[in-house]
Write a protein that binds this ligand. Structure first.
Ligand code: HEC
Length: 205
């Protein structure tokens, strides 16, 4: 009887050790990152990219070489209010979704850096896409050789929030590196565009 009991105890001890060892081992693992949510999958690019994240072949003249992408994000979201028509992800996702179908889908654009710069600078006359260079259509050499005098009222280019040349380049660098060529935006993309846990991103996967 004594023998049987100690056998039971030994079995129990062995079982306890078996249960505890993995727990101890896993406690020794480095803690998971607190911002695990923003470590989720980002949308994938369908384009081959250079070391700066620009789609290969999009900037042969190095127009974006000195661009500040973080600043470009600020221009896209706040200074130029591009998101009010294009959505924060460039395709109308999120609360500012009125652009879906109405404004161009920037994730799907086929424009290269040079074309993007001229569209942001000059807008697209006859559409809601506004110009953002305060000198646009004053000097003909700036925008398609045209001035305001070349348009009737209906077809006249609309004026958007204007900003300096460097910010035109910065916002284009942001489109090229963070929007163009990427699939549907994910929660991780949203939290990168705003901040981890941003209320704006709730409901996204
Ligand atoms: C008032 C709404 C509005 C605002 C603000 C606006 N856009 Fe647009 N944008 C449009 C619309 C609408 C089009 C599509 C025009 C068309 O071709 O019919 C467009 C087209 C574009 C295109 C052309 C893409 C392509 O492949 O055809 C680019 C690039 C672009 N916008 C970038 C921007 C940027 C950058 C900003 C902010 C600096 C901005 N837009 C602000 C409405 C807007």
């Amino acid at each position: 009887m004594r023998l049987a009991l100690s056998h039971t105890i030994r079995l129990a001890l062995a079982a306890a050790i078996l249960v505890c060892v993995p727990a101890i081992a896993s406690a020794a693992q480095p803690p998971k990152k607190a911002d695990a949510v923003s470590d989720g999958p980002h949308s994938e690019s369908s384009l081959e990219r250079d070391a700066n994240g620009i789609p290969v072949g999009d900037d042969p003249n190095g127009l974006l070489a000195n661009a500040d992408i973080e600043r470009g994000k600020r221009v896209f979201q706040k200074i130029g209010l591009c998101i009010s028509c294009h959505g924060w992800d460039g395709n109308g996702t999120g609360k500012n979704s009125r652009s879906e179908g109405a404004a161009a889908l920037l994730r799907d654009t086929s424009m290269d850096a040079e074309a993007l710069i001229s569209v942001v600078r000059c807008g697209i006359p006859g559409t809601p896409m506004p110009y953002h260079d305060s000198q646009a259509y004053k000097k003909p050499e700036l925008c398609y050789g045209q001035t305001m005098a070349d348009f009737d009222e209906a077809g006249a280019p609309r004026k958007g929030h204007t900003f300096k040349e460097a910010d035109i380049v910065n916002v284009v660098a942001y489109i090229e590196t963070k929007l163009k060529g990427y699939g549907k935006a994910t929660l991780a993309d949203c939290e990168e565009a705003f901040k981890p846990g941003a209320g704006f991103c709730i409901g996204m996967k």
